[in-house]
Design a protein around this ligand. Sequence first.
Ligand SMILES: Nc1ncnc2c1ncn2[C@@H]1O[C@H](COP(=O)(O)OP(=O)(O)OP(=O)(O)O)[C@@H](O)[C@H]1O
Ligand SMILES: CC(C)(CO)[C@@H](O)C(=O)[O-]
Ligand code: BAL
Length: 251
Amino acid sequence: MGALHAGHLTLITEARRVADRVAATIFVNPLQFAANEDLDRYPRQEEKDAALLEAAGCDLLWLPRPGEIYPAGFSTTVSVKGVSERWEGEARPGHFDGVATVVAKLLCAVGPDVALFGEKDFQQLAVIRRMNRDLQLGIEILGVPTVRDDDGLALSSRNAYLSPDERQRALALPWALNAAAKRILDGEDVGAVLVEAREELLTAGFSRVDYFALVNALSLEPLDRAGGPMRLIAAATIGRTRLIDNIAVGV
Ligand SMILES: Nc1ncnc2c1ncn2[C@@H]1O[C@H](COP(=O)(O)OP(=O)(O)OP(=O)(O)O)[C@@H](O)[C@H]1O
Ligand SMILES: CC(C)(CO)[C@@H](O)C(=O)[O-]
Ligand code: BAL
């Protein structure tokens, strides 16, 4: 969606390692924003982004206009059930329909062999993998580990909304995830760890925690005790900014 940072550029670097030619799209997709969300203020800097992509080794940039993607009369929705329903799906109703619809269109238009997405949007990656399998698009979907600032905050275009004070307080999110992961691996009660993590975020200055959950890393189903491939996922709001983050638990 643009306003590129080192996380996005890592997708290009990784793509270069696995493919001869690399294409990127920048499209702030209206379909995945609810009416009360930040579509209008989402940062846009297309010329700077184009230069960053070129320097990172991207061969082709497609910047579609909304009317190219959604011409008059557009009537199709791609809706992935199951894995999209909880967490972001609950907090942002309709969001994953918007994501799946646009990603299906972008992938069909570009026709890549491989497509790379960031693990920062962990549930989004799971939704796209499911769609790719269900629609038999035959694309190899690769997840790229989250790129963080030196102090641990996951890079996100939305970090630009944070005041210096909020930016400092936002560190509580990766800290709470890391602390909770250690405690779960140490065998502490999962329910108690998750409740305390929410409290830590509220104490640090987050006004709202949409979820702080231990999930199966493949199905995104909630876990009330440790076992199998595990991921901690969280979404919380500080000031006017909603941040998401996640980490692997174990391995
Ligand atoms: N810190 C990061 N590390 C790795 N990949 C990332 C990171 N941030 C975003 N990405 C990936 O880049 C792609 C484009 O994401 P998008 O344009 O929504 O950026 P974003 O920085 O996540 O923005 P926002 O936080 O505002 O949603 C997605 O596949 C996303 O998962
Ligand atoms: C996958 C995506 C490009 C769909 O608009 C967007 O949600 C993103 O950038 O993460
Ligand atoms: N980074 C996922 C896209 C969104 O938040 O709308």
